[in-house]
Design a protein around this ligand. Structure first.
Ligand code: SF4
Length: 258
């Protein structure tokens, strides 16, 4: 069951990074096991198959070691290493399911891992110096931010909002009209992907829960996405809220303080 996230919950990057290391060690030991299995007890055919598997596993391990090293260096140095970006993306994409499995074995909740992953991703994005025009930024909001009694269809068009003040849409729309970025309210990952395909932004600021944000970030690679977790004072998917200061800070990162 989803937990109710209190305002200002701190997230630790080390949860995700630690599990990434555990997943990497697991794959390394699997590769070594395959190497042992390729000993002369087997027929020549089996040996060559095992050797092929071992070499592939070792090459992947090398890529993942480089990726993990690049992630840690980027976060510590707060600067990006363009040549290593590819290894970071592949490491996160390919090892993410292993990391969730490792967390399950170690009784760490998926939400805690996903929250930590979003924090790691945000640090990686912020290490990349970039400033874009306002019309190149897309802000994606979850439908559950809208008050549940509101009858206006804002998923088709956010300007249908009557700004009654029963949810936080008016504040976000005022910010958008002042700064000039696009806002879309989406009901899930499919609509979020469609909005990205349609508007082809240079960067995205997304508000969502842990699960939707982490899958959205992975699906969007290499598009830079800053994730802002929603707050669920009344439980998941119902009258959720967002820390407006955190949202503004993420927008300011891409647009600069104009
Ligand atoms: S502020 Fe807009 S979206 Fe929110 S409840 Fe009022 S009309 Fe609906």
């Amino acid at each position: 069951m989803n937990e109710i996230v209190p305002v200002g919950t701190k997230t630790k990057k080390r949860t995700f990074l630690g599990l990434l290391l555990v997943a990497l060690l697991f794959l390394l030991f699997t590769a070594l096991y395959l190497l042992l299995a390729a000993s002369d007890r087997y027929a020549a055919f089996s040996r060559s198959v095992f050797m092929g598997l071992t070499i592939s596993a070792l090459l992947f391990n090398l890529l993942f070691c480089l990726g993990l090293l690049a992630i840690v260096l980027t976060i510590l140095q707060k600067r990006t290493f363009p040549l290593l970006r590819w290894s970071i993306e592949k490491t996160l994409l390919l090892l993410y399911p292993f990391v969730l499995q490792m967390g399950r074995f170690m009784h760490i909740t998926q939400e805690k891992i996903q929250r930590s992953f979003i924090e790691v991703n945000n640090q990686l994005v912020k290490a990349r110096p970039m400033q874009i025009k306002a019309n190149e930024l897309l802000v994606l909001l979850p439908h559950c931010l809208q008050n549940d009694r509101c009858t206006y269809k804002i998923t088709r068009n956010v300007t249908n909002c009557r700004r009654c003040g029963n949810c936080q849409l008016p504040e976000i729309l005022s910010l958008a009209s002042g700064r000039g970025f696009r806002v879309e309210v989406v009901t899930g990952g499919t609509l979020a992907r469609r909005a990205v395909e349609e508007y082809r932004p240079q960067a995205v600021v997304a508000v969502a829960c842990e699960r939707d944000l982490s899958s959205g970030v992975l699906d969007s690679f290499p598009l830079p996405v800053l994730g802002v977790l929603n707050e669920r004072p009344q439980g998941p998917c119902f009258n959720t809220r967002v820390d407006l200061a955190a949202l503004r800070e993420s927008i300011d990162f891409f647009l600069g303080k104009q």
